[in-house]
Write a protein that binds this ligand. Structure first.
Ligand code: PEP
Ligand code: MG
Length: 883
């Protein structure tokens, strides 16, 4: 089996890169080599090897050794240096590279190939002993940390001691002899902690590093990252071994990271940071403050240190040329790492850049307009769930702001929450429902879970490409980084900022668009949905087949939904109207009534209220279908259960406490989800559904008369299991219609249909469709009843189920296509067989979930219905499903 693929020096074994085989980094190194870009030569050990490594109990097969030897020979040939040669040594980097990028999650070793002999050779050939010993000490430290897993605190301490002894503050003031002495100290530390001397054989070094990279695939932090990002453990990582190039060989050398467009706004401008005389890790780690790439960016920020465009104009021009070539080749915005060694540019990495939702939209629309990609590709490029970032409120520009300090606008969006200083606390507090802002000096890959749990992230150190910034943008969390005036005392739980002292738990607001940090909670406003958002949504609407409706019952929700492009209401849960203050008393009187007469008296009070509700919804949704579901939940949900409330409720409902208690007792159910709810209420108390139907028809006639545009009510019966239930309920509705139409001397069109939310209803859909004029799949209940898992109690064990792979995702979030999905397909088929073209929709939570929407498209449903804020997400997901 071929496990090793060479690249560089005119070779590209991978044939422009297969990510699954070579990992993202390896595939793109190969891709860059194949289009002639300056890539240091190297080779990739495939992800297949990683899988085999774990299958074989973490051992390497013999055939790999020969292939790696050939890979090293390739690098030696291109560089004209030899691995382990004391006179002119080849040094390599060893890096991980999974199929999708997992920033900072896995291991890297640089400067590999240095030992007590080769360091002298490097000093001689580079003419720079200081550089050689500096590289050696970096290598020993990294190797001890990553491969030997020794305590890195001891190494940092040794460096501090060495500097103190010599009265030195900056690393750059350390000379060759100083570094040499430190290497000695490091080697002693290795021997003490590891029990063996630091490996001098360069091949031992290489195999140690390769094993460490494969090993890091199963590290705790990598596992957490995979879980959060749905990356299967079976993918494995590749290992890239590549000739070192040096950005730290003096002032004509540099290292940097860049994006071909602005990852925060999507603006078409090169964007990035670089450092003169430094190695790659220095930029990402945020230890030295990096310089801007372009003159324009430097001037905009009013910064002094020269930009790369000014400091190294020729190399910058070459870099800009490479950026354009990369965008044309990969047809996407690229995130790049480069190094300049003595004025020669080398590309170390390129990949599709992570971006905010706003940037994703702008880049997709711009690239389609530039002709780089098609409109269909533009639609496919934007993650529907990421739109969520744009749909939510931003800070009210007119609200007062108590600004404490300003950092870098690292990831847009606004967030308020209580201050927490560590990721574990962020996680526990947010699990309890608190909104938290994670405040750190800087973040590291160990903070992933805390960043995920937090509403926003604030750091004292780090630039726009620091770990915090990159990860926050990817997660869609607002982030302000590099707020230099923060003084964090995590032990004391305090934060000094702008001359004030705040404590853990105090409320802070951050604005990731401006970098402002404010005390207290700042009010927010609704976002604007024009511009690129509107354009992409327009393209999406052109290609999608599924209609998108909203689950909404209040006028506000209906208005938000319509503004977001909803094409009607797919589910109006009328019980939500029953809970409203001012009506609950009449509702309770209805429930507490001893007979039908009493119930009708109470219902008469509710009729005008319901009529007013429906009138308003019909007005807002003028010309669009509105599905109204008749009362669903069990009646005892409307009665008090706490002793303390009995007295007051009895008084307001004008019954005595004893009667109230008796009724509560009578209505008590052991399993209300499967109890006296849904159409079972209508079957036992038809007058309730009769009142609701009457209110709907009266409202529809009123709106038809006043606006001239008749609404199309679709009246929906919940929790139907049998044809007979629906038949009885439809008769109640039809009777009400007949009565109202006769009274008013006018009529409107309407439909009576049913929810399909019980397995029996799905199975008997053929019969049910003889009566029902439409079906709406209530997948919340259908999931609950098909899986036999209580939708209210599932949280306690479903995470374990998902972790153990019993269900791939939470089935209440993403439809269980295999099980519940089969029932839906079957019901759709049987329903259509009875009633050709029967209208089919879905109104469970799944109607707003992109993966479930893809299933709805495949099953040929007519529409999905989602909560108002999910409407744009559903529109885009429906378009993607149709592509
Ligand atoms: C459903 O069961 O999927 C549904 C939409 O109804 P509810 O969530 O109100 O039970
Ligand atoms: Mg339901």
């Amino acid at each position: 089996t071929q496990y090793v693929y060479r690249f560089g020096g005119g070779v590209s074994d991978g044939g422009n890169g297969d990510k699954n085989l070579l990992g993202g980094k390896g595939a793109n190194l190969d891709g860059m080599a194949s289009i002639g870009l300056p890539v240091p030569p190297g080779f990739t050990i495939s992800t297949e090897m990683c899988t085999r490594y774990y299958a074989d109990g973490q051992a390497f097969p013999d055939e790999l050794r020969a292939q790696v030897a050939a890979g090293i020979a390739h690098i030696e040939g291109v560089t004209a240096k030899r691995f382990g040669d004391a006179a002119d040594p080849l040094l390599v980097s060893v890096r991980s590279g999974a199929r999708v990028s997992m920033p900072g999650m896995m291991d890297t070793v640089l400067n590999l190939g240095l030992n007590d002999a080769t360091v002298e050779g490097l000093a001689a050939t580079s003419g720079d002993a200081r550089f050689a010993w500096d590289s050696y000490r970096r290598f020993v430290q990294m190797y001890a940390d990553v491969v030997l897993e020794l305590d890195h605190g001891a190494f940092e301490e040794a460096l501090e001691v060495a500097k103190e002894d010599r009265g030195i503050v900056l690393d750059t003031d350390m000379g060759a002899d100083d570094w040499k002495a430190l290497v000695g100290a490091y080697k002693k530390l290795v021997e003490e902690q590891w029990g063996k001397p630091f490996p001098q054989d360069v091949h031992d070094q290489l195999w140690g590093a390769v094993g460490a990279v494969f090993g890091s695939w199963q590290s705790e932090r990598a596992k957490v990252y995979r879980r959060l990002n749905d990356i299967p453990a079976s993918w494995g990582t590749a290992v890239n071994v590549q000739a070192m190039v040096f950005g730290n060989m003096g002032d004509t050398s540099a290292t940097g990271v860049a994006f071909t467009r602005d990852p925060a706004t999507g603006e078409r401008a090169y964007y990035g940071e670089f450092l003169i005389n430094a190695q790659g890790e220095d930029v990402v780690a945020g230890i030295r403050t990096p310089q801007y790439l372009t003159r324009a960016a430097r001037e905009a920020a009013n910064a002094r240190p020269l930009s790369m465009e000014e400091a190294m104009p020729e190399v910058y021009a070459e870099l800009a040329r490479v950026f354009d070539l990369l965008e044309t080749h990969y047809r996407d915005m690229q995130d790049i790492e480069f190094t300049v060694q003595q004025s020669k540019l080398w590309m170390l990495q390129t990949r599709s850049g992570k971006r905010t939702a706003k940037a994703a939209l702008k880049i997709a629309v711009d690239m389609a307009n530039e002709g780089l990609i098609t409109r269909e590709e533009a639609i496919a490029r934007v993650d529907p769930m990421a739109l969520d970032q744009l749909l939510h409120p931003t800070l009210d520009p007119s609200a007062p702001r108590d600004v404490l300090t300003k950092g870098l606008p690292a990831s847009p969006g606004a967030a308020s929450g209580e201050i927490v200083f560590d990721s574990d606390t962020a996680e526990t507090r947010s699990a309890l429902g608190a909104e938290v802002i994670l405040v750190r000096v800087e973040t590291s890959p160990e903070d992933i879970h805390g960043m995920h749990a937090a509403r926003g992230i604030l750091t004292a150190r780090g630039g726009m490409t620091s770990h915090a910034a990159v990860v926050a943008r990817g997660m869609g969390r607002p982030c302000v980084s590099g707020a230099g005036t923060l003084l964090i005392d995590a032990k004391a739980g305090t934060l000094k900022i702008g001359g004030r002292v705040l404590s853990a738990g105090d409320i802070l607001t951050i604005d990731g668009a401006t970098g402002e940090v404010m005390a207290g909670k700042v009010p927010t406003v609704q976002p604007e949905l024009a511009g690129d958002f509107g354009i992409l949504m327009g393209w999406a609407d052109e290609v999608r087949r599924l209609k998108v409706r909203a689950n909404a019952e209040t006028p506000l929700d209906c208005q938000v939904a319509r503004d977001f492009g909803a094409e009607g209401v797919g589910l109006c849960r009328t019980e939500h109207m029953f809970f409203e203050a001012g009506r609950i008393t009449a509702v309770r009187q209805m429930i507490l009534a001893e007979d039908e007469k009493g119930r009708r008296a109470a219902l008469a009070k509710l009729l005008p209220e319901q009529r007013a509700d429906f009138t308003e919804i019909f007005r807002i949704m003028a010309g669009l279908p509105v599905t109204i579901r008749l009362l669903d939940p069990p009646l005892h949900e409307f009665l008090p259960h706490a002793e303390a409330e009995f007295e007051e409720v009895a008084k307001s409902a004008e019954v005595d406490v004893a009667t109230l208690k008796r009724r509560v007792g009578e209505l008590h159910e052991f399993n209300p989800m499967l109890g006296h709810r849904g159409c079972r209420l209508g079957v036992t108390y038809p007058e309730i559904y009769e009142m609701q139907a009457r209110a709907i028809f009266e409202a529809a006639l009123a709106v038809a008369e006043s606006s001239g545009e008749a609404p199309i009510p679709e009246i929906m019966i919940p929790l139907v299991a049998t044809r007979r239930e629906l038949e009885l309920m439809k008769a109640v509705v039809d009777e009400a219609a007949k009565a109202v139409f006769a009274e008013k001397g006018a009529s409107v069109e309407y439909l009576v249909g049913t929810m399909i939310e019980l397995p029996r209803a799905a199975l008997k859909a053929g019969e049910i469709a003889e009566v029902g004029e439409f079906f709406s799949f209530g997948t919340n209940d259908l999931t609950q009843t098909t899986l036999g898992v209580s939708r209210d109690d599932a949280g306690r064990f479903l995470t374990t189920y998902v972790e153990k792979g019993i269900y791939a995702r939470d089935p209440f979030v993403t439809l269980d296509v295999e099980g519940v999905g089969e029932l839906i397909s079957l019901a759709a088929e049987r329903g259509r067989a009875t009633r050709a073209g029967i209208k089919l929709g879905i109104c469970g939570e799944h109607g707003g979930d992109p993966a479930s929407i893809a299933f709805c498209e495949a099953t040929g449903l007519d529409y999905v219905s989602a909560s108002p804020y999910r409407v744009p997400i559903a529109r885009l997901a429906a378009a993607q499903a149709a592509l």
